[in-house]
Design a protein around this ligand. Structure first.
Ligand code: IVH
Length: 675
């Protein structure tokens, strides 16, 4: 055998280490350190060295994660320790009962200590290590026997092929295989480009990728892994006192472990964690469908034992499901305030993400065709966080014989004007502009909305009447309405008419950024409006700006610049603005050095718990309007934690990190000093 030169040996070792670190940063820390291209470069260099010096190749080299020839089928493996399921709980009462049962069974009068962690929405697997080497990987199967998917699991970069020095003789690690959202999006884009199957969600994509007989296919899919427990261990140094210590141990063995895990005390701790994770859910890099509570003491776990197929010492506290299946009753077309025609599925009502949903967006014509959604189909509907519900995919197996395909109408369903779809654009639009009542109604509705001019009481129904009767054509007309005119409308008493007129009057005093946002310029959201207001300082300069000048504003590119310029070039729009100003709309001067010299400027806040005098959204707006920033998670860089009622684990974190904690009166005090 050719002797391996020491510098080659050294380089190979170095490359393996770098590749290992890159994998750990990407999957365990969610903080990618190097680009894909750089990763590939390191990987290819190692491959080259190994092909020049075959004796270099070891079974645990990262190059050995590429997969093997297809199997005829998966072998069955018996689990030494069964892989049980968890009991589910859906509300507070069930959690209170769970805690009470545990206290009773343990004869404990004090608070119970719980290890708490996310409930990953993926597939359970068991990983068997012998003398530090990965030897067996299996799916959960029926809990007693699963499928041998070792070849596939070896391709997952987040799973160590060899454990560091000091690993026990035998170790069985339990955890979840899943796909990070960013990798899922990328995979679906690639699948679409190749004309291949689109996956409905990251869970399905992970399942489809793991249960491949050809592990070379699995190797092309980026799967992640998180460990959540030890099945069994034979050897020294494996902690046997608490679950949280075992997770720390797994982390020291280089397994990814959820960084959001915590140890809390009693029901208050559990519910605080539930609330916290509910808030973080949408911004996590992967899907979770709840949180898991486990009695932390392993001795107490043994004492509590199991009831049929689930442990008594643990429970899954589920979040409202974000996906449900329902029937498409029709596909309507809605006209937005910019004239965009959006196909919307009318659904058999369903509950998803904690609310009742009757409609879900289909985005645009191409999306309808790509997903092949037809009237009569059963579809998966998703509502994540505050995002508009959307149709994710058709349940192909449930397609009835008769379905009706969707066709984009050639005429605007509201004003019958021509519909056009420009070359290279996904969106079809009504060409009538503000003359289309749909655009007028929605433009006015947007103008009056809370984050724009904030005219209370000027709701959709009232605006519909005003537009339909020709009483209001543009926003400027609102300021000429009288209480008598309003009182003559349906469902309008004298008192409410007077209230609306008063609200319209009050809205005259506003800020420049709100005013810009209220105009409803295409591609100009709240943040862009703020950027424009601070950059130009006054409206006249903004109106006069050409596209080049507009692009000088940070974060504004050619598309937004063109929209803004087009809007102000339109004489009709300039006239409306003039009339608004003549009718008394005004704003205070913008201090270009940033939010009015505020001491809140640049300070970062985290909000937790329930506030008594305002919602958290209101608190956020007030902080931001004074130049502060609000973020979802706490770190050393956080300046203030605002803690309301039932603050949960963020308060502990703040105290650990030495972050200043404000209660509600202190926050109000701070905000009022700024006024
Ligand atoms: S512990 C004996 N912890 O949930 C307890 N399971 O319904 C074993 N899961 O099949 C499970 N995240 O796939 C545990 N942090 C977590 C989990 C978790 C997700 C899954 C797991 C299991 C299922 C049970």
């Amino acid at each position: 055998m050719a002797r391996i030169p020491p510098e080659v040996l050294k380089r190979a070792k170095q490359l393996r280490k770098q590749i290992g670190q890159a994998n750990y940063a990407y999957y365990a820390l969610d903080a990618p350190q190097i680009s894909d291209a750089e990763y590939d470069r390191l990987f290819r260099e190692l491959q080259r060295l190994e092909s020049d010096y075959p004796a270099l190749v070891t079974h645990d080299s990262p190059t050995q994660r590429v997969g093997d020839a297809p199997l005829p089928g998966f072998e069955t493996v018996q689990h030494v320790t069964p892989m049980l399921s968890l009991n589910n709980a859906f509300d507070e009462d069930e959690i209170i009962a769970f805690d009470r049962r545990i206290k009773g069974a343990l004869g404990e009068s004090g608070e119970i200590e719980y290890a708490v962690e996310p409930k990953f929405d993926g597939l359970a697997v068991s990983l068997g290590y012998q003398s530090g080497a990965l030897v067996l990987g299996a799916t959960r199967g029926d809990g007693y026997a699963g499928e041998d998917v070792t070849a596939n699991l070896r391709t997952i970069r987040a799973i160590p092929l060899r454990l560091p020095e000091g690993a026990p003789k035998t170790l069985e690690v339990r955890g979840e295989v899943l796909m990070l959202r960013r990798d899922f999006e990328k995979l679906n884009e690639e699948q679409a480009a190749r004309g291949e199957k689109i996956f409905a969600n990251p869970r399905n994509a992970a399942a489809g990728s793991l249960r491949q007989l050809d592990s070379r296919v699995t190797a092309t899919r980026r799967l992640a892994f998180f460990a959540y427990g030890i099945g069994s261990a034979g050897g020294d140094h494996v902690p046997d006192n608490t679950h949280s210590r075992q997770l720390e141990y797994l982390q020291s063995m280089l397994f990814p472990v959820a960084s959001q895990r915590d140890v809390v005390s009693g029901v208050t701790g559990l519910l605080g964690y539930y609330q916290d994770m509910g808030e973080q859910r949408a911004s996590l890099p992967y899907d979770i469908d709840g949180v898991v509570y486990k009695v932390n003491s392993l001795r107490a776990q043994r004492d509590l034992g199991f009831a049929s197929r689930a442990p008594r010492f643990a429970v899954a506290h589920k979040f409202p499901a974000q996906e449900e299946i329902t029937e498409v009753l029709g596909i309507d077309v809605q006209v937005g305030r910019t004239g965009a025609l959006t196909p919307v599925a009318r659904l058999a009502p369903l509950r998803v993400g904690g609310v009742t949903v009757n409609n879900a967006t289909l985005h645009n014509e191409d999306e309808v065709n790509r997903k092949d959604v037809r009237i009569g189909d059963h579809v998966i509907v998703r509502r994540a966080g505050d995002v508009i519900p959307e149709v994710v995919a058709v349940v192909a197996e449930r397609r009835p014989k008769k379905t009706v395909k969707f066709v984009m109408p050639a005429k605007c369903p509201i004003c019958r004007s021509a519909v056009e779809r420009l070359e290279g654009e996904a969106v079809a639009r009504c060409t009538a502009g503000l003359y289309c009542p749909a655009q007028r109604k929605q433009a006015l509705w947007h103008f009056a909305s809370r984050r724009a001019m904030d005219i209370e009481g000027l709701g959709e129904k009232l605006l519909d009447q005003l537009v339909e009767r020709g009483l209001v054509e543009s926003a400027a007309d609102l300021y000429e309405l009288t209480a008598e005119t309003l009182a003559g409308l349906a469902r309008m008493g004298e008192k409410s008419a007077a209230n609306v007129v008063a609200a319209i009057k009050a809205s005259k005093k506003t800020s420049l950024d709100r005013f810009i946002y209220a105009l409803g310029i295409r591609n100009v959201g709240e943040q862009t409006a703020k950027d424009l207001a601070t950059h130009f300082g006054n409206l006249e300069a903004l109106i006069q700006a050409d596209e080049g000048t507009l692009q000088d504003v940070s974060d504004i590119g050619p598309v937004v610049a063109a929209s803004v310029h087009r809007f102000f070039s339109e004489p009709h729009n300039r006239k409306v603005i003039e009339r608004l100003v003549t009718n008394g709309v005004h704003w205070e001067k913008v201090d270009k050095t940033g939010a009015r010299g505020s001491v809140l400027a640049g300070k970062s806040f985290v909000l937790t718990g329930t506030l008594g005098n305002m919602t958290r959204d209101e608190a956020r707006q007030r902080i931001e309007s004074l130049g502060g920033k609000v973020s979802g998670s706490i770190s050393k860089r956080t300046d203030y934690l605002v803690a309301g009622d039932k603050p949960g684990s963020k308060l502990d974190k703040a105290q650990q990190l030495g972050v200043a904690v404000l209660n509600e009166p202190a926050l109000l005090e701070l905000l009022s000093q700024e006024r």
